[in-house]
Design a protein around this ligand. Structure first.
Ligand code: HEM
Length: 480
């Protein structure tokens, strides 16, 4: 047990009273004189965060930059502290600088906006994510899986390896296209997946490299990285622009009922004017990226874990044969696939697609007896919280049983937060869980996927956590 965990100074949470500097400086790694922990973060942020929490306790301070500059971030993992920042004291916390960098891509869509704009947009968009609407998406989700099955049949027959991470990205993009934009995005998939990878990696580069950050201030500098990002963003903007343009030319009466039509017909909530073109673009870009990249990674890591745990894969197939008997899953059958769903949930515990949720303190605060100075970034990391041995026994073990029966109800709140928590919780959580369960059911009942021997697996953080080298796997018909 670390010193900080046994410290008598450790209290549940500080009083919700801001602007008064209180508390002690939180413990944390010394880092280097010139860069603090920035270098270590660049090398392997996920390992750094987990090791630091295990060594220093529930609140860890990281120096970011030269020691004399006193720029710091605080990692928190105790569920009471998570509750404090995301719910109880949320008015004192705003989305961090990271989201401003992300805003270069997403603009001021639902993920990055704040205040009145966010409240209005969330109200406009929420109806698409009602329980009944999401249940209605089940047939299009299975139809998209059906299309993928045909491609996978060919791969299995040829015995040629395939990048399952890329395949999951194509599938979830296809589903987002059909569900939210009533559009076929399959022709764009080959360009969109890599472009999303480039722009999201660019965000992290800028946050962890002073040189890259400086080039953001002078974005016109034709560095190789800037050129690559510009080209990727242009690709994404073209896809989004075409989606919107094709819809605008349809008379209102002929427009399908979906997120895109909703955005185009919504007024701005103030003087009855239509939502601005820029706002529509920002929301479409936000949902195009946030709506597929995250679920794709959840599914990719699920395939990886199943390849390492053949007994779990066998149990998934047994459940699928018992419930579906070879059929594609219908919407109302998702609730019967308890084990399949538990596998997805456990995969998202070990490999949460969003590894860090960050907020900046507006005024001084105190968490667990430690001082959180105004302006400091507070990092809530599902990756770290999901590995907290105080709440997850044998945290590194892949054990879907953790999500069966009444066990989730007994798990303390805010110890499992792949979708975040509080008012800014993921709007697509139920959509994603239904989609991932249907996809796994449709594909795992038909195929077994084995990792190509020697293929390196390395989680790479770039807003979402992707397998850095993809996921080269060979596919086999499940009965083979
Ligand atoms: C496994 C899949 C997914 C994961 C792990 C995930 C994770 C998250 C997390 C952690 C947040 C909160 C960020 C914060 O508080 O700063 C978030 C927000 C958001 N997510 Fe997801 N997400 C997933 C799927 C989706 C899908 C399918 C959609 C849309 C169809 C979506 C759209 C959004 C949006 C728009 C927000 C911002 C919500 C707001 O602030 O009002 N996500 N997501």
């Amino acid at each position: 047990m670390t010193r900080a965990m046994t410290s008598p100074r450790r209290r549940a949470v500080g009083p919700v009273e801001f602007g008064r500097p209180t508390g002690h400086v939180a413990p944390g790694p010394a880092g280097t004189v010139l860069g603090g922990s920035i270098g270590a973060m660049r090398r392997d942020e996920l390992t750094l965060l987990v090791d630091a929490a295990n060594r220093f306790g529930d609140v860890v301070r990281f120096e970011l930059g030269p020691r004399a500059a006193h720029v710091s971030a605080h990692l928190i993992r105790h569920p009471d502290h998570v509750h404090h920042v995301l719910l109880e004291a949320r008015d004192n916390y705003e989305k961090s600088f990271t989201y401003r960098v992300l805003g270069r891509i997403l603009g001021r869509g639902l993920v990055t906006s704040e205040g009145e704009l966010w409240t209005r947009q969330r109200r406009i968009i929420q109806p698409i994510f009602r329980h009944s609407t999401i249940a209605g998406f089940a047939p299009l989700m299975t139809a998209a899986c059906d299309d993928l099955v045909r491609g996978w049949d060919a791969f299995a027959a040829a015995g040629s390896p395939v990048d399952v991470a890329g395949e999951m990205s194509r599938l979830t993009l296809d589903i987002v296209g059909r569900a939210l934009f009533s559009s076929d995005l399959s022709a764009d998939a080959a360009a969109v997946g890599p472009a999303v990878g480039v722009v999201l990696r660019d965000v992290i580069e800028r946050l962890t490299s002073p040189v890259a950050l400086a080039t953001m201030v002078v974005p016109a500098l034709p560095t190789a990285a800037n050129r690559r990002t510009k080209a990727a963003l242009a690709t994404l903007d073209e896809v989004v622009g075409l989606l919107i343009a094709r819809r605008r030319i349809l008379p209102e009466a002929d427009r399908p009922v979906d997120l895109l039509s909703m955005l185009l017909s919504a007024d701005d909530g103030r003087n009855g004017e239509a939502m601005s073109d820029q706002q529509v673009r920002d929301e479409v870009m936000t949902f195009l990226i946030a709506g597929h990249e995250t679920t794709a990674n959840a599914l990719a890591w699920t395939w990886y874990l199943l390849s390492l745990h053949p007994l779990v894969a066998r149990r998934v197939r047994d459940e699928l044969s018992a419930v579906l008997a070879g059929r594609m899953p219908a919407g109302d059958e998702v609730d019967k696939l308890d084990y399949t769903k538990a596998v997805v949930q456990e995969a998202m515990r070990l490999y949460p697609p969003v590894a860090a949720i960050e907020r900046d303190a507006k005024e001084d605060d105190e968490i667990g007896g430690y001082r959180i100075p105004a302006g400091t970034t507070v990092i809530i990391s599902p990756w770290v919280s999901h590995r907290n041995p105080a709440f997850w026994p044998a945290p590194e073990a892949f054990d879907p049983e953790r999500f069966l029966d009444d066990r989730p109800a007994r798990q303390p709140r805010y110890t499992y937060l792949p979708f975040g928590a509080g008012p800014r919780q993921c709007i697509g959580a139920a959509f994603a869980l239904q989609e991932a369960t249907i996809a796994l059911a449709a594909l795992a009942s038909r195929f077994r996927a084995d990792l190509v021997p020697g293929h390196p697996i390395e989680p790479q953080i770039g807003v979402t956590v992707r397998p850095k080298h993809g996921l080269r796997m060979t596919l086999h018909r499940a009965a083979d």
